[in-house]
Design a protein around this ligand. Structure first.
Ligand SMILES: [Zn+2]
Length: 98
């Protein structure tokens, strides 16, 4: 009766960017650098009608090396240059705090 003590490896978090597929309404979460193979990976994020953030969270890396957690990059607070702020359509629903 061998007792295995396997500590679960922490799942790395990767920051993703939302990319639309040109000519379609399909969105992808783009992983800039896979923590396992350093390649770019893409994960389906639904369509413009949906909420792409619902697709964030732990997923399996397409390269098969393990899982990672898709997360949005924390936004730097900009003190100046208020104009030109880009708003994604899905952000407008919860932007009534200003
Ligand atoms: Zn990979």
């Amino acid at each position: 009766m061998a007792k295995k003590s396997r500590a679960p490896a922490p799942t790395p978090t990767v920051y993703v960017q939302l990319l639309p597929m040109p000519g379609t309404k399909v969105l992808f979460w783009a992983v800039g650098e896979c923590p396992y193979c350093a390649a770019k990976h893409y994960h389906p994020a639904g369509t413009m009608q949906g909420d792409p953030t619902e697709r964030l969270g732990e997923v399996q890396a397409p390269c098969g090396n393990g899982a990672y957690v898709l997360a949005l990059e924390p936004r730097p607070l900009r003190k100046k240059g208020k104009k030109g702020r880009r708003r994604a359509p899905w952000e407008e629903a919860d932007s009534e705090d200003w």
